[in-house]
Ligand binder design. Sequence first.
Ligand SMILES: Nc1ncnc2c1ncn2[C@@H]1O[C@H](COP(=O)(O)OP(=O)(O)OP(=O)(O)O)[C@@H](O)[C@H]1O
Ligand SMILES: [Mg+2]
Length: 213
Amino acid sequence: MIVTLTNQKGGCGKSTTALNLALGTAALGYDTALIDADEQKSCVETLREFDKPRLTVYESGKGVDTLVREVEDTFQFVFIDTPPHSHHIMFKAMAVSDIIIIPLQASPLDIRSAKRTIEACEQVQKEVKRTIPCYFLLNRVNPRTNLSKEIGSYINELYSVPLLQARLHNRVAYAQSLMYGKSVIEYNRSSDAALEVRKLLKEVHLIMKKHNE
Ligand SMILES: Nc1ncnc2c1ncn2[C@@H]1O[C@H](COP(=O)(O)OP(=O)(O)OP(=O)(O)O)[C@@H](O)[C@H]1O
Ligand SMILES: [Mg+2]
């Protein structure tokens, strides 16, 4: 099962989410790959000094689609982290995906700027002639506010892409845990961050299971 994290907007949480999903899935016992298609190599560098059982990290760049085809039979889950501003790589990653997740900050500016990514998503599906489920993931939501309803309707008015129920809040744990090569779950199992990533994992795994039926 191949999951791409993408958004042409920089800094919206693609790498943080890809790392937490890949580490979390591997920790559940699945053979997992994380493909870092960004030349900034955030994922590769973050995990370079850590040996994570059941998780293999690759770097790819432009050859992301070829790499996916080479390794997909070896792993139960493949997560792809894509770069900002590279339409070309985003397109190739989307084309080989079973599901696309677009992390997004809960602000009108970020929501508006997702338009290009959504258009690419629609174009890819036409080109590959299959439906690829595509979801927004709200990230860095302020834990002290409750904007969710308003933001949800704002997104619904602009796009037909659904919003995942799980959302990630703005928490120090996301940066702190990765210093130790850990997901927020491994770092502190009972933290609020761990709770929301577990919820996200569950939702993503469920979508994939349904999609496979
Ligand atoms: N939920 C969160 N809470 C707190 N900090 C976060 C959260 N998500 C991401 N960050 C921080 O925001 C910054 C950008 O996140 P990240 O690198 O994951 O985004 P990105 O979309 O991969 O960026 P780029 O487009 O440059 O690849 C990082 O410093 C990361 O630690
Ligand atoms: Mg990144």
